[in-house]
Design a protein around this ligand. Structure first.
Ligand code: DAH
Length: 338
């Protein structure tokens, strides 16, 4: 038999050799690829062939070895993946189940939880009110003049008009301040509560603004409540949330329902961005007109109020630069805040 016919025969054997069990794969390896295997011996025999045939034989034998090696590698891989899936399919009811991926609390919930805890320790209770409000609670009782721009179509989602009584026009609340009104109507002072909740504004959706967000309102009404009490409460709160080294500033501002009004900024430096002032809340002394609107005598009682944006605070704490991420419910994003 010439060398070439012999190679053809081995090639056929290689292709038809069974490889359907671990033993078959091992016998294939021993037969063709081991040190005593057929191909190894044939390669060693090249030296005995006629010199003019050697190059061609070498080429043919190398191709043969390549074929055997690749069949062997394929069969080995197939066997091990089969083994793995057989192990996975084992139906043993006594085995512990594979762990389920655990969820985590949303970054907004984490922030809200912390804000609530801080105010709980400062003696504040929690109150809430409806997201579908009427004009009276959302605006009128809060001392918004009838022509105030915040009532403009741009900001407010108007739901239903009440032709007979404009105070009962329905809106999606634009802030949590109406809950102050509900609380003061339902309970007598002294009052000390925070009112977390969702609010809505008819704004275009961008990285900085969304059509809904969350606020935490605060209200304290008692005898002799002063601006100093308000400042102390806000500074204590911010210190707990952002840490003792916090740099803050308090600026005069305007809201129809407080007099005087102020805003609090914190100095915010993140990683590589230059530091900047960021407004986190509005506040002030409850306007006498607001107390009168809910039958609380402003000659006897005074109070302070504040309202903060939960998204802003969350975005700064977690260095999130696009508000929409908080509403996409993308697991890849949420999994980063265990
Ligand atoms: N309601 C205001 C807003 O949405 C925030 C606010 C400012 C609430 C001052 C207050 C306050 O209670 O006293 O922008």
């Amino acid at each position: 038999m010439s060398k070439t016919t012999e190679i053809e025969k081995v090639k056929k054997d290689i292709t038809s050799h069974p490889l359907d069990s671990e033993q078959a794969v091992e016998s294939f390896r021993l037969t063709y690829l081991s040190r005593k295997g057929i191909i190894t011996e044939m390669l060693a025999g090249i030296g005995k062939a006629a010199p003019e045939d050697r190059a061609r034989l070498g080429k043919e034998l190398n191709a043969l070895k390549k074929l055997a090696t690749s069949r062997f590698e394929e069969a080995k891989a197939a066997r091990s993946s089969e083994k793995a899936s057989r192990a996975a399919a084992t139906d043993d009811p006594t085995l512990p189940p594979p762990p389920l991926p655990t969820g985590s609390s949303h970054p907004l919930s984490q922030t809200l939880e912390e804000i609530k805890n801080i105010f709980y320790r400062l003696g504040f209770t929690i109150a809430d009110g409806p997201e579908l409000e009427d004009d009276f609670h959302n605006f009128t009782a809060l001392n918004f003049p009838p022509e105030h721009p915040a009532r403009d179509m741009q900001d407010t989602f108007f739901i239903r008009k009440d032709e007979l009584n404009p105070s009962r026009d329905l809106v999606l609340r634009t802030h949590t301040s109406p809950v102050q009104i509900r609380l003061m109507k339902e309970q007598k002072p002294p009052l000390r509560a925070i009112m977390p909740g969702r609010v809505y504004r008819n704004e275009s959706i961008t990285a900085k603004s969304y059509c809904l967000f969350h606020q935490v309102e605060g209200l304290y009404v008692d005898r002799n409540v002063s601006l100093a009490d308000l400042k102390h409460t806000l500074i204590t709160f911010a210190g707990h949330l952002f840490g003792k080294d916090l740099k803050y500033r308090i600026r005069p501002s305007f809201f129809p329902f407080t007099e005087p009004s102020l805003e609090m900024d914190i100095w915010w430096e993140t990683g590589n961005r230059p530091g900047q002032w960021m407004e986190i809340l509005g506040a002030g002394m409850v306007h006498p007109n607001v107390l009168s609107a809910v039958d609380i005598d402003p000659e006897i009682w005074t109070g302070f109020a504040f309202g903060m944006g939960v998204e802003r605070i969350t975005m700064s704490r977690f260095e999130i630069d696009d508000i929409r991420l908080l509403y996409d419910n993308d697991i890849r994003f949420l999994a980063q805040f265990p």
